[in-house]
Design a protein around this ligand. Structure first.
Ligand code: DX5
Ligand code: ZN
Length: 219
């Protein structure tokens, strides 16, 4: 049994001079999650925002569930700050070298759910040993770093593989896809087993965000 579909619009595609307004647009659409892309200019060749931005969005009144995606070489140094800023879930990448298992446990100790993320060129097998310890697996469907890239259809088999592990091992983690997700690619990902859909460009460009959110929620 898979989870009901959830859309997590990405703040990265919002208006960076008015992020509280962008968060309000997300909540007004009927979405409950807000995906926050944190980049350090090392793990990915781009920079975004930090914990103070998340805290400011909270102070401005947003009650959205903050789905924080750390694209950092040393995520273990920042999880406390992102937990304090109001994250509900923090995902860390498998690719850099650090204590993944210990960092996931620490995220839970801080009262957040934890996720493990993997890049398109990283095989599913690299996270297999950790899937019993996470609330979410984040499959990157583009090379992380920038919004607005085309969906990598070759990631569908990886999604199917991870969904198969989940079913055969009776695990309950959510399976999130991130990058190039729109109404059409979300349908393909849902068929492959995904249940949590990050949408940046497609959400903020949608003229009717309520209908966009409702369509994903019905998948
Ligand atoms: C890419 C980020 C994504 C990004 C998705 O590095 O992790 O979350 O915001 O943006 P779109 O939906 O525009 O591909
Ligand atoms: Zn992301």
């Amino acid at each position: 049994m898979s989870h009901p579909s959830i859309i997590a619009p990405s703040l990265l595609a919002g208006d960076h001079a008015n992020l509280a307004v962008s968060a309000r647009n997300v909540a007004d659409s009927g979405a409950h999650w807000l995906h926050c892309d944190i980049m350090d200019g090392h793990f990915v060749p781009n920079l975004t925002f930090g914990p103070e931005t998340l805290a400011a969005v909270r102070r401005a009144g947003s009650e959205l569930f903050l789905d924080t995606h750390l694209m950092l070489v040393e995520p273990q140094k920042y999880i406390e700050a992102f937990a304090k800023a109001g994250s509900g879930l923090i995902s860390i990448h498998i690719e850099p070298t650090y204590d993944h298992r210990g960092t996931l446990a620490r995220i839970r100790q801080l009262g957040c759910q934890c996720g493990i993320a993997l890049n398109p060129d990283t095989p599913a097998a690299s996270i297999e040993a950790l899937i019993g310890e996470v609330d979410l697996v984040l499959v990157m469907t583009v090379q992380p770093g920038f919004g607005g890239q085309p969906f990598r259809r070759d990631m569908l088999s990886k999604i199917r593989e991870i969904d198969h592990w989940r079913n055969t091992r009776d695990l309950k983690f959510r399976l999130e896809v991130d990058g190039g997700i729109d109404l059409a690619t979300a349908v393909e990902c849902r068929s492959a087993g995904a249940d949590t859909f990050v949408a940046g460009t497609s959400f903020f460009k949608a003229s009717d965000k309520t209908s966009f959110t409702a369509t994903i929620a019905r998948l």
